[in-house]
Design a protein around this ligand. Structure first.
Ligand code: SAH
Length: 221
């Protein structure tokens, strides 16, 4: 029933706004067609409070409750492009938040595990993603530790700003794996790509500056 309402709510107007947003993101330098196609498919306004619908197709971050934000569309596209996800790859997302980034990854065929430290956000995102027909493995807990029982992962994406690269996440990366994580302080972070080569060697590279809400240790109260 809710699903029907949501689908009815994705109007021609929403689709038009979405196309414009995707064009804007492409003009800002995102060239991976699979990323752009996924963004065209996922109704971002489903992930925002109904009072803020007019902001859903602006290239801006926005509040989603519990003091957290849905990432800016360009940032979602940038991280996803850097991650280089192929269908059927096992992907871990740290920081489920609204669930929007999770939906993009699943549109691209990822087998997704996602973890969130705020219980309310975890519950809301899990329910919404399931209503939309996605079947991620949603977890409530501290993503700083990764998800050891489900490791290794082909790809790991962290959608909150870390002060350092958590060793647990590097450990849970499969050979040939990629970890995309913003690293810095409260004022800004550098997008880091950590690659684990087939022989286990770790290679790091920096990919521009962003601002995220902080990656915090432990579950929220
Ligand atoms: N990917 C989200 C972005 C949400 S903002 C989206 O598309 O909407 C980042 C999220 O990371 C917040 O919801 C925050 O609560 C969560 N977070 C921060 N530290 C965390 C941790 N250690 N483990 C799991 N989630 C964390």
């Amino acid at each position: 029933m809710i699903l029907k309402n949501m689908l009815q709510d994705d109007s021609i107007r929403h689709k038009g706004l979405r196309r414009k947003l995707v064009e804007e993101v492409a003009a800002k330098g995102i060239s991976d067609k699979r990323v752009l196609e996924a963004m065209l498919k996922v109704p971002r306004h489903f992930f925002m409070d109904s009072g803020f619908l007019s902001f859903a197709y602006k290239d801006q971050a926005f509040p989603i409750g519990s003091g957290q934000t849905i990432s800016q569309p360009f940032t979602v596209a940038f991280q996803t492009q850097l991650l280089q996800v192929s269908p059927m790859q096992k992907v871990l997302e740290v920081g489920t938040g609204s669930g929007y980034q999770a939906a993009i990854l699943m549109e691209m065929g990822a087998r997704l595990y996602t973890i969130e430290r705020h219980r309310e956000l975890f519950l809301a995102a899990k329910a919404l993603l399931e209503e939309m027909g996605y079947r991620p493995s949603c977890h409530y807990g501290d993503g700083y530790q990764g998800l050891p029982p489900y490791s290794p992962f082909d790809r790991i994406i962290v959608t909150a700003g870390a002060t350092e690269v958590p060793q647990a996440l590097v450990d849970q990366l499969a050979p040939g794996g990629r970890l995309v994580i913003p690293v810095g302080n409260d004022y800004g972070q550098t997008m880091m790509l950590i690659e684990k080569l087939d022989d286990g060697t770790i290679k790091e590279s920096a990919h521009g500056n962003f601002i995220f809400v902080p990656l915090l240790k432990g579950k929220a109260k």
